[in-house]
Design a protein around this ligand. Structure first.
Ligand code: CO
Length: 214
């Protein structure tokens, strides 16, 4: 790809958008008001707004390899805090995808370098669900199941953050969803793992904000 071509394509795209809606960019320049936060995989085949057929301004996005919610990741936590406390989104989506290279690497019996330290979170998940995964004979289906288990685990990780717990405590309606995208047919699937309050969490994870005494 000629890198200069990207600028030509960008000018043509901006012109098309203006032709369709003359105020589109001036409206967005004023403020963004996305309805949901998307935590997805960095994979080039899973761009949030494109696969949901939405325009720029619709989705606040954080992407990393294998869509992980790691509690020491200040980058992810900053995105979640801004989305919840400033943009006041009401939906947080963790979207994984079948055919995820990160999940595949976490299932392999070899090293890949530095990234093994990031993918360790999935390897630990694989160990936790070893019995269920071992019962799946087809390696492709086993990998798909780990993709789903990973999404469910990351939704729970999100629910355990103080950002989400404090939002619920303030009465801010916040729904956490787990979705999977299939790169083979372009379709999104809801894993029906939606969490809308602290009830879904174990006792250990229910933490009162420091301002509350008792
Ligand atoms: Co991926």
């Amino acid at each position: 790809m000629d890198i200069r071509e990207l600028f030509a394509r960008n000018r043509a795209w901006a012109a098309r958008m203006r032709a369709r809606d003359p105020d589109f960019f001036s409206r967005l320049a004023h403020q963004q008001a996305p309805r949901l936060l998307w935590i997805g995989c960095a994979d080039s085949r899973v761009p949030a707004t494109q696969i949901t057929d939405l325009d720029p301004g619709s989705i606040f996005v954080h992407r990393n390899i294998a869509n992980l919610v790691v509690h020491t990741d200040i980058n992810m936590l900053s995105v979640v805090q801004y989305a919840v406390e400033v943009l006041r989104v009401e939906h947080l989506v963790v979207c994984g995808h079948y055919g995820c290279g990160g999940v595949r690497a976490a299932m392999a019996e070899r090293q890949y370098g530095l990234i093994d330290n990031w993918l360790r979170h999935i390897r630990e998940l694989r160990e936790r669900h070893a019995a269920e995964l071992a019962a799946i004979g087809d390696p492709k289906l086993r990998e798909r199941r780990l993709v789903e288990l990973n999404v469910c685990a990351q939704v729970l990780n999100l629910a355990r953050t103080t950002i989400v717990q404090n939002a619920w405590a303030r009465g801010h309606p916040l729904a956490l969803h787990g979705w999977v995208y299939d790169v083979a047919d372009g379709l999104l699937h809801d894993l029906a793992t939606t969490v809308t309050g602290p009830e879904a969490l174990g006792e250990v994870w229910r933490m009162r904000p420091p301002t509350e005494r008792g």
